[in-house]
Ligand binder design. Structure first.
Ligand code: NAP
Length: 313
C-alpha cells in the first residue's frame, strides 16, 4: 500500500479548498468525499454571499465547480464514507469499508449538520420556505412573515438577521425561557419586529408549493392551532459530523474538534477545517478559508517531515 502525504476527509467548501491547495503543492491528495459529496451547500438554492458571484450561484453548482478545480490539479476523489480511523500511530490509518488508506497527514473537513425537528412537511419544504440558515436565505423573505424555532444563540441570531428583511419575525420556543446568552436575548427583546410564542412546539409545516403556515401546539393548554407564515427557520442547534473521531481526537462536550493554533488538533499532523471545529461562523466562505489554512499547515508539516528525512519527497 502507498502511504500518502495527505488525506482529506470531507467535501464541503473546507475539504475541496484544502484539496485545491494540497494538489497545487503537488502532494497528490486523496479526498474521501462521502456518499453524499458536497456538504450542506448541495441542499441550498441560490448562494448570494459567496464572493465572486455578483448574481449568486446555485449551491450545488458552486460545489461542483470546487470539485472540478480540485480534480484539475490532480486530487483523487473517492465518493464513499470513512468508516473507521486509527490516529494512534503514524502513518495515520483511514478505512473506507474494508479498504485501508494511510497518510502522514490528515485534514478533517467533515462539517456539521443542522438538527431538524422531525415533523411532517419539514423535509418536503426544505428550500421552499423551510431553512436552517438566515444569513443565506433571509433576503428571500422580504416583507414576509417568518418564524424561527429555538431558544438558543443561533435562534436569536437568525431572528435578528431576519428582521432586516422580513415584516415580522416570531420566535417559537418550547419553554418559557430562552437559553441564549443575555446579550442576544436583550437585543431580540428590544427589536420591535421580533415577538415570541412561548411553551409551544411546531407539530407540522404546512404548504402547497411553498410554506403557508405551521401547526403549533401550546404545551400549557395543549391547544393546536394554525399559524400563518411564509418561512420557517429551524435553529435548534447543530451536530458536528465527528462521530468517527471520538476517542481519537480531543473534542468539546458537543463533539466539536478542539483546535490549537488555527487548524491544529491535539495530534501533530492532523488538522481540522470548517464546521467540524467551528460552531460560530458556519459560512461557506469561512469554511473555504479554513480549508486553505489547514492545507497550508499540512503542506508545511509534510515539508518538515521531508526535511528531517522521515519521509521521501
Ligand atoms: P443550543 O444552544 O443547543 O440551543 C438549541 C435551542 O433549540 C434550545 O433553545 C433548545 O431548547 C431548542 N431545541 C432543541 N431541540 C429542540 C426540539 N426538538 N424542538 C424544539 N426546540 C428544540 O444550539 P445553538 O443555539 O445552535 O448554539 C450552539 C452553540 O453555539 C452554543 O454553545 C452557543 O452558545 C454557540 N453559539 C454562539 C453564538 C454567539 O456567540 N454569537 C452564536 C451561535 C451559536 P431548550 O432551551 O428547551 O433546550
Amino acid at each position: 500500500m502507498v502511504t500518502r502525504k495527505i488525506i482529506i476527509i470531507g467535501s464541503g467548501p473546507a475539504g475541496y479548498t484544502a484539496a485545491i491547495y494540497a494538489s497545487r503543492a503537488l502532494l497528490n491528495p486523496l479526498l474521501i468525499a462521502g456518499y453524499k459529496p458536497g456538504g450542506q451547500l448541495m441542499l441550498t438554492t441560490l448562494v448570494e454571499n459567496f464572493p465572486g458571484f455578483p448574481d449568486g450561484i446555485l449551491g450545488p453548482e458552486l460545489m461542483m465547480n470546487m470539485r472540478a478545480q480540485a480534480e484539475r490539479f490532480g486530487t483523487e476523489i473517492i465518493d464513499k464514507d470513512v468508516t473507521k480511523v486509527d490516529f494512534s500511530q503514524r502513518p495515520f490509518k483511514v478505512w473506507v469499508e474494508d479498504e485501508l488508506y494511510e497518510a502522514w497527514s490528515i485534514i478533517i473537513a467533515t462539517g456539521a449538520k443542522p438538527r431538524f425537528l422531525g415533523v411532517k412537511g419539514e423535509q418536503e419544504f426544505l428550500g421552499r420556505g423551510v431553512s436552517t440558515c438566515a444569513p443565506c436565505d433571509a433576503p428571500f423573505f422580504k416583507d414576509m412573515e417568518v418564524i424561527v424555532v429555538g431558544g438558543g444563540d443561533s435562534a436569536m441570531e437568525e431572528a435578528l438577521t431576519l428582521t432586516k428583511y422580513a415584516k415580522n419575525v416570531t420566535v417559537v420556543h418550547r419553554r418559557d425561557q430562552l437559553r441564549a446568552s443575555k446579550i442576544l436575548q436583550e437585543r431580540a427583546f428590544k427589536n420591535p419586529k421580533i415577538k415570541f410564542i412561548w411553551s409551544t412546539v411546531v407539530e407540522e409545516i404546512v404548504g402547497d408549493k411553498k410554506v403557508t403556515g405551521v401547526k403549533l401546539r401550546d404545551l400549557k393548554t395543549n391547544q393546536v392551532y394554525f399559524y400563518r407564515c411564509d418561512g420557517v427557520f429551524i435553529a435548534i442547534g447543530y451536530e458536528p459530523n465527528t462521530e468517527i473521531f471520538k476517542g481519537q481526537l480531543e473534542m468539546d462536550e458537543k463533539g466539536y474538534i478542539k483546535v490549537y493554533d488555527q487548524t491544529k488538533t491535539n495530534i501533530e499532523g492532523i488538522f481540522v477545517a470548517g464546521e467540524a471545529a467551528d460552531y460560530k461562523y458556519r459560512q461557506a466562505i469561512t469554511a473555504a478559508g479554513d480549508g486553505c489554512k489547514a492545507a497550508l499547515d499540512a503542506i508545511k508539516y509534510i515539508e518538515d517531515l521531508i526535511a528531517k528525512g522521515i519521509i521521501k519527497d
